[in-house]
Design a protein around this ligand. Structure first.
Ligand code: GDP
Ligand code: K
Ligand code: MG
Length: 300
C-alpha cells in the first residue's frame, strides 16, 4: 500500500437507511463495480459489505448495510443489529432516503437512532429521477429533518448518476486527512466466491416471488479454475419442499433461467467464462438456526 500525500483524505462511510432506498445501487455506482446485489425486494442486502473508492485526493471505504426495519425472525434481528453496529464504527454516516416519497415512520425510526450517535451525518435524497411533478412538499419533509439536526444534504439519482458527483465531493470534504486503508486498485473486501453466491441469490430475488426470495441462502461448494473456464458448483438452500418446487420450476425451467442469468453476471465479475451447476436443498427453518446462519456466512 503506497504512502498517502499529506493532504490525502480517507475514512469509512456507513450507508444507512430503510430497505429499498438504493443504498447498494449507490455504492456500486460510486465504486464503479457491482459488488453488492440490488433488487426491489427488501432485505436484499444481508451482509455488511465494504466498497472502496480511491481517487487522487481521497479513499472512501463505503460500508453498505442491510436496511433498518422491524425484524420478524432471527435473520432479521441479525441484519438490523449489524446495521446498527455499523453506525458506531464509521467516520461519517450517509443517511439515504427515497426522495420520491415523503419522510415516513421508517425514516423517523432511523433519525431517532442517529440522534443518539456522535458520528457526523449527511442526508442523501436519492431517486430524484422518480420525483413526481409536485415534489416540493416531499423535499421539504426531508429538508426539515436536515435543518433540525444541522445535517448537510444533497439530492441525486443513483440510477441515472445525476448529482452524484456533488455527493462525492460533499462526502470527501467531510472526511479528515488520513492514510490509504486499502491498495488503490481494490474495490471490495469481499472474496470473489461470496460475490458469486450473491449474484445467484440476486437472480432468485428477481425471478421468484412472495416468500421464496426471503427463504433462500446460497453457498458456493466448489470453484475450479482452468486456463479457459471457471467451474462453479453452488447450493441453493430453502426452507420447504414447496419452495424447492418453485425454484426448480416446470421441467427445470426456473432453475435454468436463474442459472443462465447468474452465469452471465458471474462472467462479468471474473471477465472470463463460467460453467455453473446449481443444486437445491431443503433446510427447514434455517433462518431461525444459529448454526445455519453461521454456516451460510451470516455474522451472528
Ligand atoms: P437498498 O435496499 O437500499 O440497498 O436498495 P437497492 O440498491 O437494492 O435498490 C432498491 C431498488 O431501487 C432497486 O430496484 C433499484 O434499481 C432502485 N433504485 C435505486 N436507486 C434508484 C434511483 O436513484 N432511482 C430509481 N428510479 N430507482 C432506484
Ligand atoms: K433492496
Ligand atoms: Mg442493499
Amino acid at each position: 500500500i503506497p504512502t498517502a500525500p499529506p493532504e490525502f483524505k480517507s475514512g469509512f462511510i456507513g450507508i444507512i437507511g430503510r430497505p429499498n432506498v438504493g443504498k447498494s445501487t449507490l455504492m456500486n455506482l460510486l465504486v464503479g463495480q457491482k459488488i453488492a446485489i440490488t433488487s426491489p425486494v427488501a432485505q436484499t442486502t444481508r451482509n455488511r459489505l465494504r466498497g472502496i473508492l480511491t481517487t487522487e485526493k481521497a479513499q472512501i471505504i463505503f460500508v453498505d448495510t442491510p436496511g433498518i426495519h422491524k425484524p420478524h425472525h432471527r435473520l432479521g434481528e441479525v441484519l438490523v443489529k449489524n446495521a446498527q453496529s455499523a453506525i458506531q464504527s464509521v467516520d461519517l454516516l450517509l443517511f439515504l432516503v427515497d426522495a420520491s416519497q415523503a419522510a415516513g415512520g421508517g425514516d423517523r425510526f432511523i433519525v431517532e437512532l442517529l440522534e443518539k450517535t456522535k458520528t457526523p451525518v449527511i442526508l442523501g435524497l436519492n431517486k430524484s429521477d422518480q420525483q413526481p411533478a409536485n415534489f416540493q412538499p416531499i423535499d421539504d419533509s426531508y429538508i426539515q429533518i436536515a435543518t433540525n439536526y444541522n445535517w448537510p444534504f444533497v439530492k441525486f439519482s443513483a440510477l441515472t448518476s445525476e448529482g452524484t458527483e456533488a455527493l462525492q465531493n460533499l462526502l470527501i470534504s467531510n472526511l479528515e486527512p488520513g492514510p490509504y486503508y486499502y491498495p488503490p486498485d481494490l474495490v471490495t473486501d469481499q472474496p470473489e466466491r461470496f460475490i458469486m453466491g450473491e449474484l445467484i441469490r440476486e437472480q432468485i430475488l428477481l425471478l421468484t416471488r412472495e416468500e421464496v426470495p426471503h427463504s433462500v441462502a446460497v453457498t458456493i461448494e466448489q470453484v475450479e479454475e482452468t486456463p479457459t473456464i471457471t467451474r462453479v458448483w453452488a447450493t441453493i438452500h430453502v426452507e420447504r419442499d414447496s419452495q424447492k418446487g418453485i425454484l426448480i420450476g416446470k421441467g427445470g425451467g426456473m432453475l435454468k433461467a436463474i442459472g443462465s442469468a447468474a452465469r452471465e453476471q458471474m462472467q462479468k465479475l471474473i471477465a472470463g467464462k463460467i460453467y455453473l451447476e446449481l443444486f437445491v436443498k431443503v433446510q427447514p427453518k434455517w433462518r431461525q438456526s444459529r448454526l445455519h446462519l453461521a454456516e451460510f456466512g451470516y455474522k451472528i
